[in-house]
Design a protein around this ligand. Structure first.
Ligand code: SAM
Ligand code: SF4
Length: 466
């Protein structure tokens, strides 16, 4: 039994010590760290702190270009796409920054039925999505936890011809080990949970009611998930609640703890930045707002610090900020998102509203066209998780750069599937041009994998992966 009950692995004294006022790092020290990062060795907490203090435009540019090169070497041009699926906005907690908080009377409460979840899923399938993130507030309907399990099963079971959702990730309340076992048996991909803030006094001041007030229960959730056999966990902080430097250092402590205890760190890191939310003053005026330039710096530093961890950027951010972060290391983005239960169907009918205000309102087709024009290869791949390449196995494959012989061909075949089945003629032409450029840039071993797969998809076979 290795489960922790207290989050003693988050050590604020260590962070305060590292963050104590000190001179800006010398250029030679910064460059030394960039060489280390470039060799894909990652960075320590102290080294992350050092880079976070860099302000000189010249050194910042070097941080950005190193992050960019590292991303290209490990992930190539691939960019994985997904969409959130909100199933309920009922919540027993009182998080001051969230529109779903229990006492907020400004929103209409709704828990989707299984048929409504199937309807939302059908809309996402028709858009070409293959990965969904199921999201819920924290008040279960009378069926209890079974409602969550049924909802996951509904998403997997909903099909339109060969169109289907092949990976369901979840963003839910922290669970007991027993319930994590049930989620594992329900075939979830990643269990995603944002700590919101690692700073205990701030955590206490923004979580006023309900189970979420328990900082330790939340911070130790990944220990229970991993103990229950969920290899892929997704970490994150809600940026804007407390000093971003403190938060990324605490996140590094959390990652260190998972690596030391389970031999593997998180599968993904998300960077949710606080957005205005209906009925929330805190969300309109975050106590510690993160500027765009600090946000980009933070993304680049985390890319250098944990080179093999996927990094996610949601539609909270504007198209312009999202574009800038793609270069710096983001490997997954959401597209065409709605953050209210039933939002995909409702928006077809013209209405809107949600958990928070979105920065990027573009449809999946617009996002795909944009990333293609920037030279990124949209990927709808779900192979690793279905082949059991999760946790250690994924990292073992990723570390020697071997992943490009799996991920890149899989990205091409799933993108071809998207273009053949869902894209407009214009988007299809631009996408196929990108595929031919990608093929030209591949080495012989990659082409030998990718070409037969692409040909299969072009002949009508579906779900082709290695
Ligand atoms: N209820 C669960 C929880 O709190 O962990 C899961 C779902 S909750 C809807 C998902 C995430 O939305 C939260 O963890 C929080 O980080 C984020 N969120 C809440 N209010 C937000 C806001 N105003 N702007 C951006 N993200 C927000
Ligand atoms: Fe509920 Fe999650 Fe929103 Fe907090 S962040 S009010 S727990 S839905």
């Amino acid at each position: 039994m290795i489960t922790h009950e207290k989050a003693d692995f988050i050590n604020p004294e260590e962070i305060e010590r590292i963050l104590a006022p000190r001179p800006r790092p010398a250029a030679s020290r910064v460059r030394e760290l960039l060489v280390k990062a470039r060799e894909m060795q990652g960075l320590t907490i102290d080294e992350v702190a050092c880079l976070s203090l860099v302000e000189s435009p010249e050194l910042l540019e070097e941080i950005f270009s190193t992050a960019k090169k590292l991303k290209e070497d490990i992930y190539g041009s691939r960019l994985v796409l997904f969409a959130p699926l909100y199933i309920s906005n009922r919540c027993a907690n009182e998080c001051t920054y969230c529109a779903f908080r229990a006492t907020n009377t400004n929103i209409k409460r709704r828990t989707l039925t299984q048929e409504e979840i199937a309807e939302e899923t059908r809309i996402l399938i028709r858009q070409g999505q293959k990965r969904v993130l199921v999201v819920s507030g924290e008040a279960l309907p009378p069926q209890g936890f079974q409602y969550i399990l049924d909802s996951i099963a509904t998403v997997y079971d909903t099909k339109i011809g060969s169109g289907e959702i092949r990976r369901v990730n979840v963003n839910l309340a922290p669970q007991t080990t027993e319930r994590f076992r049930l989620l594992k048996a329900a075939n979830i991909g990643t269990f995603q949970l944002f700590q919101e803030t690692y700073h205990r006094p701030t955590y206490a001041s923004v979580h006023l009611k309900g189970a979420k007030r328990d900082y330790d229960w939340r911070t130790t959730a990944f220990d229970r998930a991993m103990e229950a056999g969920i290899d892929d966990v997704g970490i994150g902080v809600l940026f804007g609640l407390y000093d971003w430097r403190f938060e990324i250092m605490a996140m590094m402590q959390h990652i260190r703890h998972l690596e030391e205890t389970f031999g593997v760190g998180p599968h993904t890191i998300s960077f949710p930045r606080m957005e205005p939310a209906l009925g929330s003053e805190v969300a309109s005026q975050p106590p510690c707002p993160v500027s765009d330039s600090d946000f980009l710096k933070m993304v680049a530093i985390m890319r250098l610090a944990v080179p093999y961890t996927g990094m996610i950027m949601s539609t909270r951010e504007t198209a312009a900020v999202r574009r800038a972060t793609l270069e710096l290391g983001i490997s997954q983005i959401s597209a065409g998102s709605r953050t209210d239960p039933g939002g995909y169907k409702d928006s077809e009918a013209g209405s809107n509203g949600g958990q928070f205000q979105l920065g990027d309102h573009r449809s999946i087709e617009e996002v795909v066209s944009d990333v293609v024009s920037l030279g990124f290869l949209p990927s709808f791949c779900t192979a690793c998780y279905r082949m059991g390449r999760t946790g250690h196995d994924f990292m073992d494959l990723a570390k020697p750069g071997e992943i490009k012989y799996h991920c890149h061909p899989n990205a091409l075949s799933t993108f071809q599937e998207y273009l053949s089945d869902y894209a407009s003629p214009q988007a299809k032409a631009a996408g196929e041009k990108l595929i031919s450029i990608e093929l030209q840039n591949m080495d012989a071993r990659q082409t030998a994998c990718a070409l037969p797969m692409l040909n299969k998809v072009r002949r009508g076979e579906r779900d082709v992966f290695i």
